[in-house]
Design a binder for this molecule. Sequence first.
Ligand code: ATP
Ligand code: MG
Length: 340
Amino acid sequence: MQTTQTETQSETILTGDRATGPLHLGHYVGSLQQRVALQSIHQQTILVADMQGLTDNAHQPEKVSSNILNVVADYLAVGIDPQQTTICLQSQLPALAELTMYYSNLVSIARLERNPTVKNEIHSKGFGRSIPAGFLTYPISQAADISAFRATLVPVGDDQLPMLEQTNEIVRKINSLAGGEVLLECRALLSNAPRLPSTDGKNKMSKSMGNAINLGASEQELRAAVKSMYTDPNHLRVDDLGQIEGNVVFTYLDAFHPDHAYVAQLKEQYQRGGLGDGTTKKILEECLQELLKPIRERRQRYLDDKAQLIEILRLGSQIAQDKTEQVLIDVRGVFGLNLF
Ligand code: ATP
Ligand code: MG
């Protein structure tokens, strides 16, 4: 059920982000670049998952509501084109919530608790004994999202594979009840980009860990972030032999510098001795400033015209509503609930 390369035949793609913060460099290499490439080949929908954002933020809903337009501005700023990609808002698609209710009856609590992604997240979020029911059941709501768009290809990191497995289990149960193919199974389009670490190299860069370099970071913020990057702690003098492994500056140069041969040369010189961290950081900073400058400017222009952003989201949500309601009617029919 997995595939690692971009398919050439047009498929239906569903992807999205929780609106829990502005998007960052991790998203740029991990998902956004790929989406820009995919939009001209496939039918792509991006769901801004505000309701899913609430599953662990209901006590501070403004963390989600205040980020919806930021995320849309991030999409547009990196080149996602609303003419090619449908950008829609989860809370404006009531069919998704209704499908979640129907699907909930097909999944046991034990199955949800066994989902390895959910298990890890419950642990890392420290819910203790008060896990919100909405959090435990979010794989069901993801199954509703994916199936409601009849998505066949879902770009994910490997940590999300258990979600797709659960989606396909639900799809098969509905189809078996229906005695025919009402819903479509999906495949993962695995991203081959490694997770981008935070500047301290301790964790992956993440919206909720406060360790991110956002796409809208100012020139000064970016400079400070690169300056603070973790390098080789034993590389004290320029002439010292340096280590590449775990050296965040080189991880970023690999991810962002367009000239791979040049980066290979720098690595050699660093390992041999004779290249200082100040120099490698300067090279990286230049490359990131060049990348982010136009993105930051476009992002700001979009945010200066919120009415336009809202209109893009409203139009995308209208298109999405039509699609998802059709699937809802089909699923109601599977349960015989189509009297009128
Ligand atoms: P949160 O902290 O709210 O979970 P996040 O920063 O982890 O936010 P998500 O919205 O969970 O971001 O991530 C969505 C997708 O973005 C991931 O499935 C992955 O494809 C990509 N992504 C996020 N962080 C990184 C990263 N550090 N490196 C590469 N890809 C990333
Ligand atoms: Mg995450």
